[in-house]
Design a binder for this molecule. Structure first.
Ligand code: ZN
Length: 147
């Protein structure tokens, strides 16, 4: 595994989201790789800094204001949702229409091909009949005619 993947695993390990087998592999790599050890030290320092930073106190009116804006935005969101559902109707109809037209075209094409093959087989019969009557008879009897 490359160091970039181990660095991701270092982050996961600090969050407590790395399984034991991967942790053991990572520890073995950390024993050998100086760069990854340095990365781990920096990540630990950053984590300690983040945890030691003072948390900002949020005024209570801000919470109420955010909730009020969410309530005001809700009808707008529902309207957009309805609009999206209405757009689904013509899209569904278009898909259904394409299926119907496609199947009709398929049926028509099959009938045409069946007809043409029927006609072709009849033509073959005619040709053979024509060939039998003319080529055989004419060549023999027509050629034998002395006029
Ligand atoms: Zn490494």
């Amino acid at each position: 595994m490359r160091c970039a993947k181990y660095k991701k695993q270092i982050d996961l390990m600090q969050d407590g989201a790395l399984d034991q087998a991967s942790t053991a592999k990572l520890q073995a790599h950390l024993d050998e790789c100086i760069k990854c050890r340095a990365y781990q030290q920096q990540a630990l320092k950053l984590r300690e800094l983040m945890l030691s930073a003072p948390r900002p106190q949020v005024p209570s009116w801000l919470h109420h204001q955010i909730l009020h804006q969410c309530k005001a935005h809700e009808p707008k969101r529902l309207k957009v949702r309805k609009k999206f559902r209405l757009q689904l109707v013509p899209a569904t109809l278009a898909i259904l229409l394409s299926f119907v037209l496609g199947s009709l075209l398929g049926v028509t094409g099959f009938q045409i091909s069946a007809l043409s093959s029927k006609v072709a087989s009849e033509q073959v019969q005619e040709i053979t009949f024509f060939g039998e009557s003319t080529l055989v008879e004419d060549s023999f009897f027509g050629g034998g005619n002395s006029e």
